[in-house]
Design a protein around this ligand. Sequence first.
Ligand code: TXA
Ligand code: MG
Length: 323
Amino acid sequence: MKTPTPETIAAAAQCLRDGGLVAIPTETVYGLGADASNPQAVLRIFAAKGRPADHPLIVHAAGAESLEYWAREVPEGALRLAARYWPGPLTLILKRGRAPLEVTGGQDSVGLRVPAHPVALALLRAFGGGVAAPSANRFGRVSPTRAWHVRRELGDRVDMILDGGPCRVGVESTILSLAGDRPVLLRPGAIALSELQEVLGEEIAPPSTPVAIRAPGMLASHYAPETPFEVWPAEELRQRAEELAQTGRRAAILFIDPQRCGIAATPDLLPFPMPAEPDDYARRLFAVLRRFDRMGLDVLLAEAPPETEAWQAVRDRMRRASC
Ligand code: TXA
Ligand code: MG
């Protein structure tokens, strides 16, 4: 693992030019990057992740200028959103321009994003091209938010890992499709639907609307830990925990409100406090899931977060992790 100096960034850019795989810190989660214009390199991403080749990857770029290169018929609303949110945790799905079909999983659309992380931006500038990058985890597993998550999960499958510290956002980018007849939110993230709608000046269909776009991030169980994960309303959490303990099972309990959950620690029950603020919760969620996943517990329990918009991304990831 390399803490990035200018020399490391230059070496990582060269690694990309040579067709290698570089794990890149972004503000959302770590990505597994390859030269987006090199189909052979891109195919190595799918092999390293164990991901089916028809699942599209996001192209990461240093700035919005490259929109017109990777995409075509870029709508004015996309330019407005890019100007407002990039660099930042927003992925725009647009009609495919010069993005290779290997990157887009054979689809005629392409996902684009300018990440807001100094290391990612330094690498993208040094490299000069687009970097295709999914989250740097094995297919179907929780996204990595620390460099060592990537090392542990992908090991030698990746040529170089840039350590940019813990990810600030902690859940994957908001994905908005502007490639179809109407705007559709494909994945909730740190940027709320209502905010995007305001900037776009158009209604955006919520993720629950059935859409004919292939997006593995929308598969029900896409972000799962190995330990069974259950989400319960605060009032029912204690009863569920006690039920488990009575049958001799060991569980960690991620609670937000100690008053409402009220679970005392025992050798079998490990209550663990989670932040009451949605951005803080999001930042910690995947790292906490990974940590408890390694403890060989029987179940992970979590208190369901509030049903408000600010919690939408966290609720979405918890729902998927619990399928
Ligand atoms: O925050 C993020 O978006 C992170 C960082 C590394 O940028 N990346 C990430 O990539 O989460 P990935 O591959 O794990 O998830 C990207 C999602 C997938 O569900 C994929 O199907 C969807 O974006 N996607 C990409 N291109 C698409 C396209 N052309 N049409 C529909 N969905 C697309
Ligand atoms: Mg992913």
